[in-house]
Design a protein around this ligand. Structure first.
Ligand code: SAH
Length: 344
């Protein structure tokens, strides 16, 4: 008996190395990975262009993991929330969001979250644990397997539960698998990572992989941001924006800034003016997310008039500012509502 190692936990290099140790030519690594990620195969016995001997050799030593879908909920607006059960009994959620002509999948990077943002329900219970690379990638595989037309899933956003840059090496490995030629082959232009602003990791990310960067700014001054997002006590708005200026941005690409609009906290025209000024040195787009209310929060979503006025200031300054009416509110799948536990 052998201990089965999960192929999905390997990078392509790891697999080449592992095969090499067992006297198998490196070329087989790509073949195996393409069966797994291009064709969605979960058994070595289905890999018909490998010899029978190699297939049984691999089956005896390696496993191909998948996540168990415990529940799928569909919202009135067409978005779908997947509840996955991990091997240690923990749960994570991913949200499939309908867009004109395609789907976007919002995936989680941690069970819980350690950032402690005051307005975010996902972080209420603190960080439980980091996800492994395979657990991140398997959210994509699991949802893709569940779609009638797998090719309609074109965009991935790391905007689910957790702070992706606080689970850096696993997230980077997952991004490589998601965008790799022998991986899931998503275009790196269609993969977006959102961060609360871990500055040194933003710099690393720019060096290590190609993805779109999104930053949850959520305030236009440090005092307010300190109150809302404790991470700001370590990395201030100015430090984040400097990191954004250093971030290697392909031509015609922009950095996305998310801004949760909370009534009486960060939603005045003065805030919008300050925000416009802050972002001036950058190629920036802004996603305005009206606060999603939930039971037990003192925060409120602004009136529609205040939201539109905020947007108008930004568009008067020639920014693209989109109001993101979060999808999936009726199934607790909206921004900041994903939970590590089944609560419904
Ligand atoms: N930790 C990363 C990834 C999570 S993205 C990050 O902070 O960017 C989740 C987004 O939802 C963040 O922009 C966050 O600011 C926003 N959010 C959290 N709670 C929310 C709420 N109740 N209503 C609206 N947006 C919320």
């Amino acid at each position: 008996m052998f201990v089965h190692q999960d192929v999905k936990s390997f990078t392509e290099e790891n697999l080449v190395h592992w095969l090499g140790q067992h006297g198998v030519v490196p070329y087989r690594a790509g073949q195996i990975l393409r069966w797994i990620y291009h064709r969605g195969v979960y058994s070595f016995s289905d890999m018909t262009d490998l010899s029978k001997d190699l297939r049984s050799f691999l089956s005896e030593r390696l496993a191909i993991s998948r996540l168990e879908i415990e529940q799928v909920q569909t919202s009135k607006d067409g978005s779908r929330k997947y509840l996955f059960r991990l091997k240690d009994g923990q749960h994570i959620e991913s949200v499939l969001i309908p867009e004109p002509g395609h789907w976007t999948l919002c995936i989680s990077s941690q069970v819980g979250c350690g950032m402690g943002c005051k307005f975010c329900l996902s972080g209420r219970g603190g960080l439980v644990r980091n996800l492994e690379p395979a657990e991140i990638v398997n959210q994509v595989c699991g949802v893709r397997d569940d779609l009638q037309d797998p090719s309609s899933l074109t965009n991935i956003v790391f905007m689910g539960m957790g702070e992706p840059l606080a689970n850096y090496s696993s997230v980077v490995q997952a991004v490589r698998t998601i965008t790799g030629n022998n991986g899931l082959q998503f275009s790196s232009r269609r993969v977006t990572l959102s961060t609360a602003g871990l500055v040194p990791r933003i710099d690393d990310l720019g060096q290590d992989v190609r993805v779109n960067l999104a930053v949850s700014l959520n305030a236009s001054d440090n005092d307010t941001r300190n109150e809302l997002m404790p991470i700001n006590l370590t990395y201030t708005i100015e430090m984040i924006l400097s990191a954004c200026r250093r971030f290697p941005l392909p031509s015609r690409r922009t950095i996305m800034f998310e801004y949760v609009l909370i009534a009486g906290v960060n939603d005045t025209p003065t805030d919008a003016e300050r925000l416009a000024k802050l972002l001036r040195p950058l190629r920036a787009k802004i996603n305005l997310i009206p606060f999603n209310q939930y039971e037990g929060t003192e925060f409120k979503r602004p009136e529609e008039g205040a939201i539109l006025a905020f947007q108008k200031v930004l568009s008067d300054h020639h920014y693209t500012a989109v109001i993101r009416h979060s999808k999936g509110g009726d199934i607790n799948a909206a921004c900041g509502q994903l939970r590590a536990v089944m609560d419904n």
